[in-house]
Design a protein around this ligand. Structure first.
Ligand code: PBG
Length: 330
């Protein structure tokens, strides 16, 4: 027997005031982190073709962008470096005057209150585009890579980064980086682990933006198989045991089940990375007039939040913060 007509779900949907009263999930600017790409040179703000509305920034332009980020109330940024010089071992990733290290210093000088999170990985800095050192067998060498990740993380902390985000997917890197940070007196620097990072086609536009596509092979020998759920939970448990302060699931949209299950099983703050391909698809369809891109971007962010993420790394951060300021969703 149906409870209708006594029960009518539509009673609480009548006006926006009703809907607001019973809304279960809230998106806030405080949940958003803006990822951005820093390049060599001066006076550069160059749009990334596959990611309309996102740019390559030279270090001298960053304070202007940070003014906007701070005035919108976005708590922080995630930095990626696009260096001019690359080599086999990614030396520019851990150079004291590397592109990211200079960007961190510039941001900390102009905006000490904005959180600086840095992506720690070698793929943007190696000539072969892999996330670690490649051995004579053509494989990425796990343990040899750890030492370079430690150096990179420490150099970011020395420049002033508050949160280190390793995205390389080497085994044991969280423990290795925690030990290196502590040894250098950076016990206050937090680690946001890209804990469940899948080998995904959704990174396509990023690899163009960062110039980090592998020159041979792919990343399936270190990033996760998209088919696996239980393995993600093991990855997360390992990173937690090694000392991660926060964990991340990446990408977000094809992995909302992983976000939900992580939220249900772990108590650490959970981040989701709404990656480049997820962003570009929205922009491309909107440019064709097929969808309302603004509305869909907000719906996507809300969906990631509803799945259980506490924070979202997203290229939509600036536009979403502007919309939230205008009262979107009220
Ligand atoms: C570096 C890294 C990648 C992304 C974040 N860190 C690329 C990759 O693993 O190939 C992707 C982010 C995005 O697509 O927005 N390893």
């Amino acid at each position: 027997m149906s409870e209708f007509p006594r029960v009518r779900m539509r009673r609480l949907r009548v006006t926006e005031a009703h809907r607001r009263l019973v809304r279960e999930t809230h998106l806030s600017t405080a949940d958003l982190i803006y990822p951005l790409f820093v390049v060599e040179g001066t006076g550069i703000q160059r749009e990334i073709a596959a990611m309309p509305g996102n740019y390559h920034w030279s270090v001298d332009r960053l304070p202007y962008l940070m003014d906007e980020i701070a005035s919108l109330g976005i708590p922080g940024v995630l930095l990626f470096g696009v260096p001019d010089a690359k080599d086999e071992v990614g030396s520019s990733a851990y150079a004291e005057d590397g592109i990211v290290q200079r960007a961190i210093r510039a941001i900390k000088r102009s905006h000490p209150d904005l959180l600086v999170i840095t992506d720690v990985c070698l793929c943007e800095y190696t000539s072969h585009g892999h996330c670690g050192v490649v051995g004579s067998d053509g494989q990425v060498q796990n343990d040899a890579t750890l030492a370079l990740l430690q150096r990179t993380a420490v150099s970011h902390a020395q420049a002033g980064a508050e949160i280190i985000a390793p995205s390389d997917m080497m085994d044991g890197r969280i423990g290795a980086i925690r030990a290196a940070l502590d040894e250098h007196g950076f016990e206050q620097v937090a680690i946001l682990a890209y804990a469940a990072k899948y080998a995904s086609g959704f990174y396509g536009p990023f690899r163009e933006a960062a110039g980090s596509a592998p020159q041979f092979g792919d990343r399936r020998a270190y990033q996760m198989d998209p088919a696996n759920r239980r393995e993600a939970l093991r990855e997360i448990a390992l990173d937690v045991a090694e000392g991660a302060d926060m964990v991340m699931v990446k990408p977000a949209l094809a992995y909302l089940d992983i976000i939900r299950e992580t939220r249900d099983r772990f108590d650490l703050p959970l981040a989701a990375y709404n990656v480049s391909g997820e962003y570009s698809m929205v922009k491309a369809a909107a440019a064709n007039g097929w969808i309302d891109g603004d509305r869909i971007a907000m719906e996507i962010l809300l969906g990631i939040k509803r799945a259980g993420a506490d924070l979202i790394l997203t290229y939509h951060a600036l536009e979403a913060a502007r919309r939230l300021k205008e009262g979107w969703g009220l």
